[in-house]
Ligand binder design. Sequence first.
Ligand code: SF4
Ligand code: SF4
Ligand code: FES
Length: 212
Amino acid sequence: MAETVTITIDDRQIQAAPGEMLLWAALDNDIYIPHLCASREEAHPTASCRLCFVEVEGRPAPVPACTLPVTEGLVVKTRSPQVDSLVAMGFELLMSNHRLDCKNCSANGNCELQRIAKARKLRLKPKNLPVLDKNLPVDDSAANIVYDPNKCVLCGQCVRACRKSGNGTLGFARRGYLRVVTTFGGVPLGESNCTNCGACVKVCPVGALAQK
Ligand code: SF4
Ligand code: SF4
Ligand code: FES
């Protein structure tokens, strides 16, 4: 198999490792594609955030860049009316149950939601949908970590990091609108088997998990 393949992103030719997911090939070449849920180590991405859509030559509908392995001659565009509208809709939905409080947020200035909004000229505050605040209690019980589930975008990055570096304390519970990242049995972090390693805080792309 060839060591690299040549692909075209937004009319720019780049080299990438065959089979690598397009999202990483693009980001490594300073081509930004919005993303929240993907991680490089994951062999089977969940593609749950639905923000990394790209237009692929020869395909009838946009596809998530985090699930698209690169092959020789692949031609993609990161922007098109269809892609832009899918990303805008997904982002609006996400922000419609996000507690927006940038001024007081630990992630302010280093937040993936702010980055997406800036890159795609989208509003952080939804224009067309009402904001539904889940009003869940902020968990301040751990020694070094504060967790505000109202800011969580359910990307799953912390769950994976906790499984890898911590005790596997964090996981998803419930479905649909009630879906939440929590501990086994829903106990506060301070009463769980959390080791306070902070691996979850490092990977959280927003201000839901913060260092005290
Ligand atoms: S997570 Fe990001 S968008 Fe949300 S309040 Fe914090 S800084 Fe603002
Ligand atoms: S707490 Fe942060 S890292 Fe974990 S799922 Fe929510 S947004 Fe993602
Ligand atoms: S990064 Fe691709 S769907 Fe979330």
